[in-house]
Write a protein that binds this ligand. Sequence first.
Ligand code: FAD
Length: 473
Amino acid sequence: SPVLLWHRRDLRLQDNAALHEAARYSSQVVPVFIFDRQILERADTAPARVAFLLEALERLQEGYRQLGLTLLWQIGDPLVELQHLAATLGAKAVFWNEDVEPFARQRDSRVRAGLAEAGIQCFSGQDMLLHGPGEVLTQAGDPYSVFTPFWRRWRSLPKRDPYPIPKALQPVPSLQAQPLPSLADLGFVCTQAIPAAGEAAAQALLEDFCDGLRILDYERSRNFPAEEGTSRLSPHLRWGTVGIRQVWQATVAVEAEIRSEEAEASLQTWRQELCWREFYKHVLAHWPHVETSSYRKAFDGLEWENRQDRFQAWCEGQTGYPIVDAAMRQLNETGWMHNRCRMIVASFLTKDLLIDWRWGERYFMQKLVDGDLAANNGGWQWSAGVGTDPKPLRIFNPATQAARYDPEGEYIRRYVPELAGLDTPALLLVGDDQKGSWALQERRACGYPDPIVNHKVQQQEFKRRYQAVQGSC
Ligand code: FAD
């Protein structure tokens, strides 16, 4: 009898653990995706992510069609839909790849219990990570709360090969593919210019970055937001349109091309980014309270100013700090932001505007095409100085950051076009003590706002508040 394969964040055929396992169990695999109403209705579900999801599903549907199979879809509650489909098709088992998010874990245990009552077996396993939670532990058997020892252990563990696409799958003759719903059908409008979705798009990026050896310049290029220095794989890793074992394998293939220490460092640094992704998933799995609280709970007592007008200016890219505004506009226009800039704007929101990191976290989730609870939450807690990383206070000076990482003002000009005609120094100077200075006057003449806060003053104030909490820890 057929088995169901419940796709969630694994929208691919290659290197898919659940697909592999399902095909070992039965030659008749029926793939299904369920638009979960609870997720669609959440306030932080981004139109950009739903648009990316729909395109990825289109591509997946085509991929299955080429194998002679039909990808089904439903809108509703996963348990109800799976029960109904299993009963209609006479399926006795459901397969899926696990997730670490608290919502997903609760939903999955409810689905597992409900299906078991109906006599349907469930098989689920780890697929999203190279090493799942529980596989990377200290000598004492505890999870790591600090990245560097986690990384050392993680990289020493053997990595498995990608799963092959199963051969000789049999179609269920009665099934017909339904056209997927449109974005509007799901109640969303996306105005952002998001990247192409699907497995072929992910493979093209992976090839360009690894086979094209851009990875070997990563150590340098990753810091400059005006350059295409990073892989841009994040939405694909977020939706599983590429398998993580395949990504790892691509890095192994590059090893033969290493001719210098810089190239070796670049490869290791990029692998370290993959490891950060896994680290934050483990943190969320082991300490689910981070979803709503600081990892170090005492920091929930940090006193924020939370001024709505300043938050609005930050969201819109109207803070008067060109590097911050360029970054926020990149997010608003494309659904993606360079990592260097994510750190700059997160530091600015929390330490210059004294706004609760959770406000920024939510806004990012509403806009990011790669928005992922674990990575986003980890990034925000790191930036606010309330997370797992014990090193205390990192305060980014936007002017220094811009001068170092956008020295020609190329990135600023791209996303803050009203300033594009100005000379570079007028873009890079940030006017703490410069009200009325020539740089501000030139920007004003372009219709660009004055800085909404003074960095020096605000960072002192943040330090005072931070140390007040630290003292009480
Ligand atoms: P590359 O530099 O090519 O890195 C390769 C992959 O490694 C990425 O695709 C990503 O999956 C992973 N990765 C890289 N850096 C990190 C990191 N610091 N933490 C976790 N994983 C990482 N990343 C997300 O995928 N989703 C988010 O919602 C997200 N929110 C963030 C919020 C803040 C405040 C900060 C500081 C970082 C956030 N990141 C997030 C991490 C990082 O900025 C992005 O993963 C990266 O910019 C994606 O671009 P890329 O694919 O070109 O990355």
